[in-house]
Write a protein that binds this ligand. Structure first.
Ligand code: ATP
Length: 371
C-alpha cells in the first residue's frame, strides 16, 4: 500500500496545442478509493496512464510514498490496471489469465496456485478457472480482469471505466462488489469514470476534472452539497441543479435575490458574502430535490424556506420519483423532484417551496461559488 502524490502534473499533446492534463496537484491517501470524474476528453485517462507509467509527463512529478516514479517504467511501479475493454487473453483459460502476471514475475508454482485460488475465491469465479474467456459472460470476464489485477497485490490499483461495457443491472451489482473488495484489500485505488452515480457511490473522495484541470476534490456528499463552481454543481446530480440569473438587492438591511417574477429573501448571514454583488447579476442555484410543492409533500428537516409561484408545464413520472417542470414566469422553467406519484396536472398553479439552507449562488463571470 502506498500514498500517491501528483505534483503539478502536465501532459501536452500536439506540440502543446492539446493540454490534456494541465497542472494537476492531488494526493491519494494510502488505502483510499479515489474517483477521477469528468466529461469525455477532460484528461482522466491521460492522468491514469501517467500514474501507470504508460505515458511520460510533459511536466510535474508523480510520487509513490517517498519514491519519485515519474520516469519509472510500468513494470517497476507495482501497479495493476483494469481497463474498460476487459483485455483478458482469449487463448488462455481463466486460471492462466489470472496466473499470467505472477508467471512474468517468476513466482514459484505453488505460490502461483495459492494466489490464483485466493483471487478467484474473492471474485467468486472458482468454478470458472478451466473455462476460456469466450465461454464467459461480460460480467464474468470483468471479474477475471479484476482477479488478474489484484493477484499480484499491487501497491496501487488503477481502473479506467471498468464497468462501462456491462449492462445497467450488472453495472450496479459490480459497483458494490468492487467497492467491497477494495474495502477488504485496502489497496490505494484510482478509478476513472464519467458516471457521476458511480463516483458518488464508490469513492471515499471524488476529484472532478474539466479541460485538464482539477476543479474540486472532496468526499461525495461535500462535492454534492458544496460544489465550488457551476461546472461541478451541474455535473453532479440528476436532474441537474436549476440555475437562474438574479440580481442582488439590498432591502431594509437584508439581502434579496430578485429574479423575473420571483424573489428569494436571504438570511443576514449572507450579507457579507454578497456585499460586493449588490445591484449586480449572479447565478442562483437550487437542486430539484431541495424543493417541494406546497400541499403536495413537505421537505423534512427544513428550517428556513421561501415560496415562489409557478405553473406546471410538464410532468415526468419516474415511478419512484416525479419531476415537475414548473414555469415561474418569462418562460423560465424550474425542475422540482418529489418522491412517489404526484397528483398534479399540466396547467395547475403551484407554490414551490425552496429550502433556503440548500441554495447556491455563483459569480456570473468566474462561475465560482459565492455561497
Ligand atoms: P474519455 O472519458 O473520453 O476517455 P478522458 O477524460 O479520459 O476522456 P483523455 O483520454 O485523457 O480524456 O484525453 C484528454 C485530451 O487529450 C483529449 O482532448 C484527447 O483528444 C487528447 N489526447 C489524448 N491522447 C492523445 C494523444 N495520444 N495524442 C493527441 N491527443 C491526445
Amino acid at each position: 500500500m502506498v500514498e500517491v502524490r501528483l505534483e503539478n502534473l502536465k501532459k501536452y499533446f500536439d506540440k502543446g496545442r492539446v493540454k490534456a492534463v494541465d497542472g494537476v496537484n492531488l494526493t491519494i491517501k494510502d488505502g483510499e478509493f479515489l474517483v477521477l470524474l469528468g466529461p469525455s476528453g477532460c484528461g482522466k485517462t491521460t492522468t491514469l496512464r501517467m500514474i501507470a507509467g504508460l505515458e511520460t509527463p510533459t511536466g510535474g512529478k508523480i510520487w509513490f510514498g517517498e519514491r519519485d516514479v515519474t520516469y519509472l517504467p510500468p513494470k517497476d511501479r507495482n501497479i495493476s490496471m483494469v481497463f474498460q475493454s476487459y483485455a483478458v487473453w482469449p487463448h488462455m483459460t481463466v486460471y492462466d489469465n489470472i496466473a499470467f502476471p505472477l508467471k512474468i514475475k517468476k513466482y514459484p508454482k505453488d505460490e502461483i496456485d495459492k494466489r490464483v485460488k485466493w483471487a478467484a475465491e474473492l471474485l467468486q469465479i472458482e468454478e470458472l478457472l478451466d473455462r476460456y474467456p469466450a465461454q464467459l459472460s461480460g460480467g464474468q470476464r470483468q471479474r477475471v480482469a479484476v482477479a488478474r489485477a489484484i493477484v499480484v497485490e499491487p501497491d496501487v490499483l488503477l481502473m479506467d471505466e471498468p464497468l462501462s461495457n456491462l449492462d445497467a443491472k450488472l453495472r450496479v451489482a459490480m459497483r458494490a462488489e468492487i467497492k467491497k473488495l477494495q474495502t477488504k484489500l485496502k489497496v490505494t485505488t484510482i478509478y476513472v469514470t464519467h458516471d457521476q452515480v458511480e463516483a458518488m457511490t464508490m469513492g471515499n473522495r471524488i476529484a472532478v476534472m474539466n479541460k485538464g484541470k482539477l476543479l474540486q476534490v472532496g468526499p461525495p456528499t461535500e462535492v454534492y452539497l458544496k460544489p465550488n463552481s457551476i461546472f461541478v454543481a451541474t455535473f453532479i446530480g440528476a436532474p441537474e441543479m436549476n440555475l437562474l440569473e438574479v440580481s442582488v438587492k439590498e432591502k431594509d438591511d437584508s439581502i434579496i435575490l430578485e429574479g423575473e417574477g420571483f424573489e428569494i429573501p436571504l438570511s443576514r448571514d449572507f450579507k457579507e458574502l454578497l456585499e460586493r454583488y449588490i445591484d449586480k447579476t449572479v447565478v442562483f442555484g437550487i437542486r430539484p430535490e431541495h424543493m417541494t410543492i406546497e400541499g403536495i409533500s413537505s421537505l423534512e428537516h427544513v428550517k428556513r424556506s421561501t415560496t415562489i409561484e409557478g405553473t406546471v408545464d410538464f410532468i415526468e413520472a419516474l415511478g419512484t420519483d416525479t419531476i415537475v417542470h414548473a414555469n415561474i414566469g418569462s418562460g423560465q422553467i424550474i425542475k422540482v423532484k418529489l418522491p412517489g406519484h404526484i397528483p398534479l396536472e399540466v396547467g395547475s398553479k403551484v407554490k414551490i417551496v425552496i429550502d433556503l439552507d440548500n441554495i447556491h449562488v455563483f459569480d456570473k463571470d468566474t462561475e465560482k461559488a459565492i455561497i
